[in-house]
Ligand binder design. Structure first.
Ligand SMILES: C[S@@+](CC[C@H](N)C(=O)[O-])C[C@H]1O[C@@H](n2cnc3c(N)ncnc32)[C@H](O)[C@@H]1O
Length: 290
């Protein structure tokens, strides 16, 4: 049972809600164009987390069989329980439990930076069929403007985060996170170095601005509430990461404050008061063939 990532790094809600928005049908055409895999029918997602991308892949490519693997037991249990039509397996990307030449596509989102590249690409190369497609999706810098009703911190919040601060020193090293970051030039070079050919890159912008009239109210609520869930998860994680310094009642109070802030943001939206807070993410898609 391995639950390190879901306990200390990113909880289920954080990943599932933020990814479900980024891989929502509103943005489907952008991804379909960049992936260019319409004729492929066996897809493996590496490091699928709680399964939001696999869920969208299953819906976007109904003729394909979609598999997802991740080392975190909580993520796989959640995905199995909540997502139908897709197979999820607890497995390590550096030792995939699949035969050589058995998949048409391997795909991953925000995973390459966490796994040593020769193992990350080597295993995908092995399980891909001849001319199979390897897709690496990587989140790049974007634009992030938080509504002031959310950004402004109470003294209580400031004090809690300050107290927990020392636990976040060397956080990435402690939990083996982001030990292999690569920039926009290194990513395609690395894919080439590990045997793939016909490499191309694409950039997709996902504009998450609740006040933008192109979005329905449901989508706007989903954007605001995805951020709410991430913030609540961050508070909850304090009990695991900094449990000696932060008490359960303090976390409960922190969560109450977070909920009040996001309720206020929703109230402003409902009243038609525009804030124009935004989360514009730039997503890089690197595509290569075996
Ligand atoms: C940033 S999260 C992204 C999860 C998912 N792709 C998403 O966007 O929701 C990185 C994921 O990689 C998984 N992971 C890290 N190392 C792994 C490995 N060696 N094999 C399989 N999964 C791994 C973690 O458990 C985590 O779920």
């Amino acid at each position: 049972m391995n639950t390190t990532w879901s306990t200390y790094v990113q909880n289920i809600n954080t990943l599932y809600s933020s990814r479900s928005i980024r891989f929502a049908d509103e943005f489907k055409e952008k991804y379909i164009k960049a992936f260019d895999i319409v004729d492929k029918n066996k897809i493996l997602e590496i490091g699928c987390g709680p399964g939001a991308l696999a869920e969208s892949l299953h819906s976007w490519y109904p003729n394909a069989k979609v598999y997802g693997i991740d080392t975190d037991s909580n993520f796989i249990a959640f995905a199995r329980k909540n997502i139908t039509g897709t197979q999820f397996l607890e497995a390590d990307a550096t030792a995939l439990p699949f035969e050589d030449n058995s998949f048409d596509v391997t795909i991953s989102y925000t995973v390459s930076e966490h796994i040593e590249p020769s193992k990350f690409y080597g295993e995908q190369y092995r399980v891909l069929k001849e001319n199979g497609v390897c897709i690496v999706i990587s989140a790049r810098k974007g634009v992030n403007i938080t509504a002031s009703c959310i950004a402004e911190e109470t003294n209580f919040e400031k004090e809690i985060w300050q107290r927990a601060g020392e636990y976040f020193v060397d956080f990435q090293k402690k939990y083996d996170v982001c030990q292999y970051p690569q920039n926009e030039a290194e990513l395609p070079l690395s894919m080439r170095e590990h045997g793939f050919k016909s490499i191309s890159t694409e950039y997709i912008t996902i504009n998450l601005t609740p006040d933008n009239p192109c979005y329905t109210a449901d989508m706007a609520y989903a954007m605001i509430n995805a951020n709410r869930l991430c913030a609540l998860d961050s508070a909850e994680r304090l009990l695991h990461v900094a449990g000696e310094k932060i008490t359960a009642p303090e976390v409960a109070e922190l969560k109450r404050i977070i909920n009040a802030k996001y309720d206020k943001r929703i109230m402003l939206y409902n009243k038609g008061i525009k804030i124009w807070d935004t989360d514009l993410s730039v997503t890089m898609v690197i595509r290569g063939e075996k």
